[in-house]
Design a protein around this ligand. Sequence first.
Ligand SMILES: C[S@@+](CC[C@H](N)C(=O)[O-])C[C@H]1O[C@@H](n2cnc3c(N)ncnc32)[C@H](O)[C@@H]1O
Length: 240
Amino acid sequence: MLVHEDREYLLEPGAEFGTDLGVIEVPEDVAAGDTVETHLGTVFEVRELRGPDLFDHLERTGAPMMPRDIGLVLGLTGVSRGDRVLDAGTGTGILAAHLGRVDADVTSYEIDPEFAEVARENMRIAGVDDRVEVRTGDLTAHLDALAADDPLHVLTLDTGDAPAVVERAGALLVSGGYVAVYSPFVEGTREAVRAAREAGLVEIETRETIQREMDFSDRGSRPSTGGVGHTGYLVIARAP
Ligand SMILES: C[S@@+](CC[C@H](N)C(=O)[O-])C[C@H]1O[C@@H](n2cnc3c(N)ncnc32)[C@H](O)[C@@H]1O
């Protein structure tokens, strides 16, 4: 990633890119820590791409999960190196990329073939394409085959039909494994909780994810008046 003051450009080695600060020619052997000068003399720093940069710069398809909600998924499931993780739908792949960045072994399903293509490219840019396999298809059509595979440590769902997958979660997860369902609406969340109960999952907890930013000014400090930062609901449950 190339950075100058508040400008950030995600450019590949060898790329040529025109800006009002001049044309950037990225050397083939570019590395983090280098600087690259435009033909008008503006200096850009080359930085390694980090997690939050993915949200800002990867090509978007399905509405990506926000970094704060990803933090909850990582923290509340304890996903870590070597875990087998099943994710759907891939969408932009922001959650899938973060799962790959903690070195989990991720299979992610995306029903839309064009979205899946973009997500594969996003995984390559994020540097996790060796750990995150994006499969094109409807996850609900593959549950029988997946239940016959090695059991999963974590199942992450961000689709309208997540409850149909939660109903089968017991057959997919190791004992103590986690399912995380993210939903923007109460109705989908309620259905996910019903499915988790019917599936015999335990430790079922639901949270609304709200965050307030703080404003600090000369007059004083207070939560931002920019509105309540609701993004969605997160159901976490565990296989017995
Ligand atoms: C909200 S987006 C997921 C965003 C993703 N979590 C991220 O962080 O970028 C939901 C995606 O799920 C896909 N989808 C919906 N139902 C699906 C299913 N049954 N199987 C696979 N993908 C599905 C949609 O096409 C869409 O791209």
